[in-house]
Design a protein around this ligand. Structure first.
Ligand code: ADP
Ligand code: MG
Length: 729
């Protein structure tokens, strides 16, 4: 019965590292080899086409069809020269992950043969048959079809034999059906708003870019062990499994030496990343056994997000070459750390200034604090929305769990920045001294040391932390599309900056001096948004109570968190920034609820199946071995002696009978609850039922199974145990 388990353990523990074939040239030569970047454009496009395309990319201009034809021709030649035979529009549907439909370049040549064809029309726009992608009812309400359109700000690339063209995915009536479209809108909106504010300080600023540096955490499991765990295969996490005696308590895995098989995988993965222009930079062991991290150099947010999406599929592919499976689930194993994807986020001007970095002059520092205060205000006002933007059925296991951010959004600022904000608050509004018409702020702002970042001043328990020249949004889930978090973050900050600028402009129009107006409005933001600032231990129970007292959102049910999207203040904010229409927000929530229920439903079915078909038979078999033993004891011994000898077995038999009965009843109840949930009239109430009724039922079943795991003969237990899954040799 447990053959599969032992075979897989043996297979996994006897594996050697897979040899990595490295390109025999330096990284400078093969970096971005598979990307149609500017260098390739220059090489493959006619001069005038190249210039027009670069101008369109830099200045966000639309492409004419004749230009697109010329670009397509050059892109096709480059792609074919580099082994491509197919092309695809590559987009980010709301299911998560990426979608692609490959077409070959071939077309009839009119003489019975074929030619390689790729026109501007095919490059710029396609109509994938998208009726099976979730759309939250948009296409039922509006129009059945959707189309994908080239995002020229993200370069095309080649994977295997396919030219991939990054695209947005939109319904025919213009509603976005993907993550990229609203992300581009949010980036555009924050560009405009932040430029408006940055120009108070420097008239040379024309654009502000939003940057993202993600840190991808993941688990690796040997593929033989993975195959012996139907729960991992079907749901990406273990639905049962008793804690291993040793897990992360010795803290010997974090930054430890990387196991050789894993090191080979990482090297292979990084090389593939570099060929695709993903600037992979850092790799290390994470806190939990078998947990690792990869981080690139940060990039402009849209590109960085495409790169993260690409990385996630690349990881799965490369891992298989090394007989691993990658687990991107936020909580694949109970009792040890889960995986997140820290989103390091910053804004920077086209004049080269990072807006969340302190500067050298009082003016630069006024700008720095102005931007920090606006982020504080935005995150404070929309903390419920920010939380909703990172919440999924899978991330729900991580938030609030071991060593993970709690289900409350707060901001860590560190002692130095906190002091500065305190002194801003303590300063009288009129303490701003006007010097040569430029204004000088007479407080500590002038004395912020250049290198304010103190690395020891880190608080790993904060979901949103200031880390020197950027903010680190840590609550994002490891399997998430970062765009969901970035859409919300950039939109709320854009909206806040616009409101700030409106108020400053009004003061200036009323005759106030600019820096004084900025200072007063900024000071007010610092005072009004204090509730979001928390540098203490975010994992403590006191913080939960304190956060509630402060009026922060403490909702812990994922389906209810999504309501934050459709509150009037959110709908208004999305409308003002042009990021999402109310219709789009509502449709996207439908998808979120639907995805939530479906994920829990699948888990619940797999758990029921494993409980009834794997666990109970194993336990019953062991029980009957014990019963046999009791019979034999009774044959050989009599009276008190017999009772004494048989007592342990009898106790165990009864105990197991209790667990088995509890599991049976638990599964029956869970199935009933599922049927009830499935009859709910709408997606929201269905998701609530799955959260409120089915998730706790699953936990109860698991508890009984894990207790059985400790009792049943190891030889009989059918599934690889945590101690076997978690320690790559
Ligand atoms: P940690 O100590 O949190 O692991 P690192 O120094 O390794 O931090 O950086 C993590 C990520 O932050 C990297 O992807 C890095 O490129 C990114 N990063 C650094 N500076 C910025 C910035 N100004 N904006 C956005 N991301 C940044
Ligand atoms: Mg980090």
């Amino acid at each position: 019965m447990s053959d599969l388990r032992f075979k897989s353990v043996e297979e996994a523990s006897s594996r050697k590292p897979v040899e990595v074939k490295l390109p025999n040239e330096s990284v400078e030569k093969y970096y971005a080899k598979q990307v149609f970047n500017r260098q390739k454009m220059f090489e493959y496009l006619p001069q005038s086409t190249y210039q027009a395309l670069v101008d369109a990319i830099d200045n966000k201009k639309p492409l004419s069809l004749s230009l697109a034809d010329s670009v397509a021709e050059g892109m096709k030649r480059w792609a074919i020269d580099n082994g491509a035979r197919h092309y695809t529009h590559w987009f980010h549907p709301l299911t998560g992950g990426t979608a692609e439909k490959h077409d070959s370049f071939i077309d009839h040549n009119g003489e019975g043969g074929v030619v390689s064809e790729f026109t501007g029309k095919l490059l710029v726009q396609q109509e994938p048959d998208a009726s099976s992608f979730p759309n939250g009812g948009i296409r039922n309400t509006f129009e059945a079809r959707g189309y994908s359109a080239w995002d020229i700000s993200s370069p095309a690339f080649i994977i295997n034999d396919t030219l991939c063209i990054p695209t947005v995915f939109i319904s025919y009536t213009g509603e976005s059906l993907d993550y990229k479209t609203p992300l581009l809108k949010a980036l555009n909106s924050v560009d405009k708003a932040a430029t408006r504010v940055a120009r108070y300080f420097d008239k040379n600023v024309n654009h502000v870019k939003s940057y993202l540096g993600w840190e991808q955490e993941y688990f690796l499991v040997d593929e033989a062990l993975y195959a012996a765990r139907p729960d991992l295969v079907m749901t990406g996490r273990t639905l049962m499994g008793h804690e291993s005696a040793k897990n992360q308590q010795l803290e010997d895995h974090y930054f430890g030496s990387i196991p050789m098989r894993v090191a080979a995988f990482m090297l292979d993965l990084e090389t593939e990343c570099h060929k695709l222009g993903i600037p992979a930079k850092t790799r290390h062991n994470e806190v939990a056994p078998n947990q690792f991290e990869l981080a690139p150099i940060f990039e402009e947010a849209n590109l960085a997000n495409d790169h993260n999406q690409l990385l996630m599929s690349l990881m799965a592919e490369v891992a298989r070459k090394h007989n691993f499976r990658v687990l991107l689930h936020e909580k694949p194993f109970a009792g040890i750390n889960g995986s997140g994807k820290h989103n390091n986020w910053s804004l920077g001007t086209d004049t080269g200034v990072l807006l969340f970095a302190p500067g050298k002059t009082p003016e630069q520092n006024l700008q720095f604090i102005t931007f920090v205060a606006n982020v504080m205000a935005a995150v404070h006002k929309h903390n419920a929305l920010m939380k909703a933007s990172i919440m999924t059925a899978t991330n729900a296991h991580r938030l609030g769990a071991n060593e993970a951010p709690p289900a409350i959004i707060s901001m860590f600022l560190g002692s130095q920045l906190s002091q500065i904000l305190d002194s801003v608050e303590a300063t009288e509004e009129d303490a701003v001294i006007n010097l040569n018409g430029k204004g000088k702020v007479n407080l500590d702002i002038a004395q912020i040391p250049e290198l304010m970042i103190d690395n020891t001043d880190r608080n790993r328990t904060s979901p949103f932390a200031f880390t020197g020249n950027r903010f680190e949004y840590r609550a994002v889930g490891s399997s998430a599309n970062c765009a969901s978090a970035l859409i919300a973050l950039n939109a709320v900050v854009a909206d806040q900056l616009n409101q700030f600028a409106d108020k400053v402009d009004a003061r200036v129009a009323a005759g106030e001096q600019l820096n004084q107006a900025i200072f007063k409005e900024m000071r007010q933001l610092v005072i009004d948004s204090k509730a979001i600032h928390f540098d203490g231990n975010g994992y403590s129970d006191e913080w939960k109570k304190e956060a509630e007292r402060r009026g922060l959102d403490v909702e812990s049910s994922a389906p209810l968190m999504y309501d934050a999207y459709t509150r009037p203040e959110s709908l208004e904010m999305f409308r003002r920034t042009g990021v999402l229409t109310p219709k789009e927000v509502e449709a996207r929530n439908e998808v979120k609820w639907e995805m939530y229920s479906k994920k829990v439903q699948i888990e619940s079915r797999v758990l029921g199946d494993l409980a009834i078909n794997h666990i109970i038979p194993a336990a019953t078999r062991y029980q009957s071995l014990l019963l046999d033993n009791v019979y034999k004891i009774k044959e050989l011994f009599k009276g008190e002696k017999m009772e004494k000898i048989a007592s342990h077995d009898l106790e165990a038999i009864e105990q197991m009978a209790d667990y088995i009965a509890a599991i049976r009843k638990g599964v029956d109840d869970m199935v009933d609850k599922r049927h009830k949930a499935n009859r709910m009239p709408d997606e929201r109430s269905k998701a609530i039922a799955y959260h409120d009724d089915i998730v706790p039922a699953m936990e109860e079943i698991r508890k009984n199974i894990d207790a059985l795991e400790l009792m049943v003969d190891n030889e009989i237990w059918p599934l690889p145990k945590y101690r076997e899954l978690l320690f790559i040799r």
